[in-house]
Design a protein around this ligand. Structure first.
Ligand code: NDP
Length: 483
């Protein structure tokens, strides 16, 4: 019998009220594991112990906190191959991407470890005589982290690492589709020199455990990545308690390919941006906005490239596109293919379910041609290995099409013109802009986030993370008369 992996609550590994099974999307006969589901009482216990643990943790010296974060990051990087394989087995991204993600998760921790030592405040003179002012950041308190399945290690790491760095306690509710990565990371964190209850893993469904977590008046901040409807619900729940929130949600990222682009570069940037991670990235290039002068040549090579991509088992050598994450996601993707065709788009390749040696959720990468920006396939996040080409007649039309969306996470341009690249960089209404690079793929030491319905609240990552995970205190000091 498969051993049940437990929740980590108030410093103890504990069974839950039920279990879920986690199956490999590349091979539906492969059971990745069985995972406990926390109940409401366990969640309440985790919340109750977090506040006291947070006070103890905040009182630790900076080097002690730094050592904890460094140890977590170093272990993740050293075990990237092993944990990346586990990640790919449960999520479905090709093994190299799984390994890369775990390594990156480690880098979030080592980066935050260094940031422990860089927490400097400000001083000022008062406008009143004899008074000095000290301005410093303090921990926000108890932070709930709600993470998605598409980057089960990296997204969690870029929230948990800064939360701990700035002296907070963390309650983590990972996505139920990817609990194995969550338990693996928790095992590493649980071995560190931290107060009991500082970090808890509460697995359970979003609708029950997640909802209770965000409604709790004892949670001081919620950092969430996932869909827009769930983000909206979290915002509504959080405002009742004036809980601080940071929401990273969907997008409809566009890549503009100009007539002066290097054709081969443009095609490789588009393929990587559209189909990396099986298209299941909030930064995926799902709209390719192509100048008419280069359109036909670009489309020919793009379709050729998409057809040549190898779809297969995530752990098989040579696989470039793994399965999609779940049956529900696959069905939704195929519905979008049918919707696109019914809207008049031409499916030039892919977009169909395919069989491989093992039973899994395999789907070929699909390219829609002859689309308009008003079609639903160009307005709604699909989270699929699907992309659409929109033909435009000028740079100005390209830019206005890029900006014609409710979202605003990333956008990119492929051009040889510095003037155009500069204009685009300054006028694209997204939180991240790329030039001659895919819209996906960001660094860990600089801010990440978007505009519109893509993001709400302070930016994540880099120094910007301090804004969310801390609160500012302004102290006025009157030294009195000199002795
Ligand atoms: P969700 O938004 O449902 O899930 C994200 C996280 O939120 C999961 O941990 C989930 O738990 C949790 N959650 C769900 N409901 C609640 C709730 N009421 N209160 C608190 N937490 C909750 O995304 P899905 O996984 O269902 O994916 C659906 C779509 O969302 C995708 O197709 C994609 O378009 C988008 N998405 C975008 C992501 C991004 O990076 N921007 C990431 C993931 C999804 P659980 O799943 O365990 O129930």
């Amino acid at each position: 019998m498969t051993e049940t992996k437990l929740n980590y609550i108030a410093g103890q590994w504990v069974a839950g009220e039920s279990v879920i099974e986690n199956w490999n999307p590349s091979d539906l006969s492969d059971l990745v594991g069985v995972f406990a589901q926390a109940n409401a009482d366990q969640l309440d216990e985790a919340i109750a112990t977090a506040a006291e643990a947070q006070r103890i943790w905040a009182s630790y010296g900076l080097e002690r906190k730094q050592a904890v974060l460094n140890a977590i990051g170093t272990e993740l990087m050293a075990r990237a191959e092993e944990l990346g394989t586990l990640l790919s087995r449960e999520e479905g991204k090709p093994q190299a991407e799984g390994k890369g993600e775990v390594f990156r998760a480690g880098q979030f921790f080592t980066y935050s470890a260094a940031e422990c030592l860089r927490q400097l405040g400000e001083t000022a003179d008062s406008v009143r005589d004899g008074i000095e002012i000290d301005i410093r950041r303090e921990p926000v308190g108890v932070v709930a982290v709600i993470s998605p399945w598409n980057f089960p290690m990296a997204t969690a790491a870029w929230k948990i690492a800064p939360a701990l760095c700035y002296g907070n306690a963390v309650l983590w509710k990972p996505a139920n589709l990817t609990p194995a990565s969550a338990v693996a990371l928790t095992e590493i964190i649980a071995r560190q020199d931290i107060p009991e209850g500082l970090f808890s893993l509460v697995m359970g469904s979003g609708r029950s455990i997640g909802q209770r977590l965000v409604e709790s008046p004892d949670i001081n901040a919620v950092s969430f990545t996932g869909s827009v409807p769930v983000g909206r619900g979290i915002a509504a729940a959080a405002v009742q308690n004036f809980t601080k929130i940071q929401l990273e949600m969907g997008s409809k990222n566009a890549l503009a390919v100009m007539e002066d682009a290097d054709l081969d570069l443009a095609v490789s940037v588009a393929l990587g941006g559209a189909f990396g991670g099986t298209g299941q990235k909030c930064t995926a290039s799902s709209r390719l906005i192509v100048h008419a002068a280069i359109h036909d040549a670009f489309v020919e090579k793009l379709v050729e490239g998409a057809k040549a991509m190898r779809v297969g088992h995530a752990l098989e050598d040579g696989t470039q596109i793994g399965p999609v994450v779940s049956d529900a996601q696959l069905r939704e993707n195929l519905d979008y293919v049918a919707l696109g065709q019914s809207e008049g788009a031409e499916l030039a390749c892919g977009g169909t379910r395919v069989e491989r040696a093992t039973e899994g959720y395999f789907m070929t990468p699909g390219v829609f041609l002859n689309t308009t920006n008003s079609m639903r396939i160009n307005r709604e996040e699909m989270f699929a290995p699907l992309t659409s080409v929109i033909k435009v007649g000028s740079y100005d039309e390209a830019l206005s099409t890029v900006n014609d969306t409710r979202f605003g996470l990333t956008s990119g341009i492929v051009t040889r013109s510095l003037a155009r690249a500069t204009h685009f960089r300054r006028n694209a209404r997204t939180g991240v802009v790329t030039v001659n690079l895919p819209t996906a793929g960001t660094d860990y030491h600089v801010p990440f986030g978007g505009r519109g319905e893509s993001s709400y609240g302070p930016r994540e990552q880099g120094k910007a993370a301090a804004e969310f995970y801390t609160t500012v205190k302004t102290a006025y000091i009157c030294a009195g008369e000199p002795a």
